[in-house]
Design a protein around this ligand. Structure first.
Ligand SMILES: N[C@@H](CCC(=O)N[C@@H](CS)C(=O)NCC(=O)O)C(=O)O
Length: 357
């Protein structure tokens, strides 16, 4: 669908631009706002509770309700939809200018994996630091409701704070954050920051001279880690000043004039190899163990990682993510498949595409 048809469909529903509902403390909301700004796609952000916003509009909430929620035309009706990665793909098809997908096919696959790593692994840093330590949980409990509405009474704030914080703390084990995994998550976050800091010394974005969708996914999580939650913010200020500068500026890159990005897989700097090596000790084995648990029908799973034990609840969505990675790989031409496989193998990540065999 072209830009023209997309906007025409919105106009037919009396909408002049894309609406999304979110919270400033939601990493995926921040991912999508920064993406829309970079793309110069007209949009309106609604900070609010999804059900409260949708009710007067007579629009059914999506199931499950995840942030952000977009209001987009579906079968002639304005419909509430979620899930940032496929939505970016839909927008890229309609708004091809300032593409966030690398031109080189192999690199496009690497971008796909890195976008998923940002969404599915870096979010563990975010959720862990937000609710594991008392200082962070107290900060988030207060600021989350205030991000939607600042003029609530102190009593209402205390009510939301207790309820929301309790609910999220109870869910920590869902993402694998507990006393046993806390040191592992902490070490992984620090090593991720160090690698990104080194990378940003030599390139402005993860895959070259302009942002790719993976930049926005990593950025989304980092908006919280360096800008909202006290513990990871302290760590980032000690270890990674460039990462902080990068996150602040990626918030609005609408003014960046994009030069042609002719990077190919073989041009990738050592730092991206280092990042994949780090992923091979965390993101890759956990995604695979999760998928296996789902296939076996287990509710939870446990594995030994190089630097400690990992235990979490089985998460069907992440099994789907791994299947999508494999699908993206299968779409590649044979020579590109070989090139990508060698890259993954060199960095001990080949099981991402062989785990189904
Ligand atoms: N895969 C989704 C994930 C979105 C997501 O998990 N959003 C979080 C907030 S940042 C959420 O709504 N979680 C549900 C909850 O906390 O109840 C995406 O990429 O948009």
């Amino acid at each position: 669908m072209s830009y023209y048809i997309f906007l025409k469909r919105l106009t037919q529903m009396n909408e002049t631009s894309i609406k999304l509902i979110g919270n400033p403390a939601s990493p995926y909301t921040r991912k999508m706002i920064a993406y829309l700004r970079y793309k110069r796609i007209p949009h309106q952000v609604i900070w609010g509770d999804v059900s409260d916003v949708l009710k007067p509009m007579n629009i059914d909430p999506p199931k499950p309700i995840l942030l952000p929620v977009f209001l987009l035309p579906r079968n002639g009706k304005l419909t509430a939809v979620t899930d940032s990665t496929p939505l970016i793909e839909e927008f890229e098809n309609s708004f091809p200018d300032r593409s966030v997908y690398p031109e080189d096919q192999s690199l496009r696959f690497i971008n796909y994996v890195l976008e998923d790593f940002g969404d599915e692994w870096c979010t563990k840093y975010m959720f862990h630091y937000r609710w594991h330590f008392a200082e962070d949980a107290d900060n988030a409990g207060t600021l989350l409701p205030l991000g939607i509405m600042n003029n609530i009474s102190d009593d209402e704030l205390a009510f939301f704070k207790d309820n929301f914080a309790k609910r999220q703390i109870d869910r920590l084990w869902v993402v694998g954050s507990n006393d046993e995994t806390a040191p592992f998550i902490d070490q992984s976050y620090k090593s991720f920051l160090e690698i990104l800091e080194n990378h940003l010394k030599i390139q402005p974005y993860l895959l070259g001279s302009s942002p790719s969708s993976c930049d926005f996914s990593v950025y989304g999580q980092l908006t919280q880690l360096i800008g909202f939650d006290p513990t990871p913010r302290k760590i980032a200020h000690e270890l990674a000043p460039r990462v902080i500068g990068w996150v602040r500026s990626l918030e609005d890159r609408s003014g960046l004039e994009v030069k042609e990005n002719k990077l190919t897989l073989s041009d990738l700097p050592q730092t991206i190899h280092d990042l994949f090596k780090e992923m091979s000790t965390s993101y890759v084995p956990t995604m695979i163990a999760n998928k296996k648990a789902i296939e076996e029908g287990s509710d939870e799973w446990e594995i030994d990682l190089d630097k400690g034990k990992w235990k979490q609840k089985s998460f069907p969505y992440q099994a789907k993510c791994l299947a999508w990675i494999k699908e993206e790989y299968e779409k590649l031409d044979t020579d590109k498949k070989d090139e990508v496989f060698s890259f993954l193998q060199l960095n001990h990540c080949e099981s991402l595409v062989t785990s189904n065999e």
